[in-house]
Design a protein around this ligand. Structure first.
Ligand code: GRF
Length: 195
């Protein structure tokens, strides 16, 4: 299976996905890492791992979401991906884009969905006084952060946690969850597994 990965920033999840695919006996291989930000630090990490990269600056399309997506689709479709992974990708995609990858697109979201779709998930969990936080890998559908859940990880929220400290605790567990889910998804397994 050919896997393309969309990032917006550091790409730590992308790095783990690529390293896992390159570690052998994996049903998928990385064919492209693309970003909406040409300055995304993850692009250099992908290149260092030998993965082709592309960047389409969403700011060049000033709010014309369809034009940005048409530009992003060019390198993406050239790579002929079977699976599209969103990993720290911070742009909302239109139904038109999502439907082109009908149920072959997955995303990792830093909350225990269905709690806290959208942004600032860790701050919201702390403010709510939740005992736990976590992350969710799910299939991407046209409704934001709402597709079938493929797996979750949970971490305790500790007294005095700041959003940054909680984010770091969740992120290191994301790095174990996402590669496992991609291996299963690429092998055609869509049953939910929680770590
Ligand atoms: C992290 O908060 C992660 O939970 C979310 O995007 C952010 C950055 O991830 N998926 P990455 O380091 O760019 O993979």
């Amino acid at each position: 299976k050919r896997v393309a990965i969309l990032i917006s920033g550091g790409g730590s999840n992308m790095v783990r996905l690529v390293q896992d695919m390159q570690s052998g006996d994996h049903p998928a291989r990385p064919v492209l890492v693309a970003s909406n930000d040409p300055a995304a630090a993850g692009l250099a990490k992908a290149a260092a791992l030998g993965v082709p990269t592309a960047a389409v600056d969403h700011r060049a399309y000033r709010g014309d979401r369809a034009a940005f997506e048409a530009a992003l689709l060019e390198p993406l479709l050239d790579a002929r991906p079977d699976i599209l992974c969103l990993a720290g990708f911070m742009r909302i995609l239109t139904p038109g884009f999502i439907n082109r990858f009908d149920s072959r697109m997955i995303n990792i979201h830093p909350s225990l969905l269905p709690k806290y779709p959208g942004l600032h998930t860790h701050a919201r969990a702390i403010t709510a006084g939740d005992a736990e936080a976590g992350a969710t890998v799910h299939e991407v559908t046209t409704e934001l952060d709402s597709g079938p859940i493929l797996g979750q990880i949970r971490v305790p929220i500790k007294a005095g946690d700041t959003p940054d400290r909680l984010a770091a605790r969740v992120l290191e567990r994301e790095h174990r969850l996402y590669p496992l889910i991609l291996r299963r998804f690429a092998a055609g397994i869509r049953d939910r597994v929680d770590l």
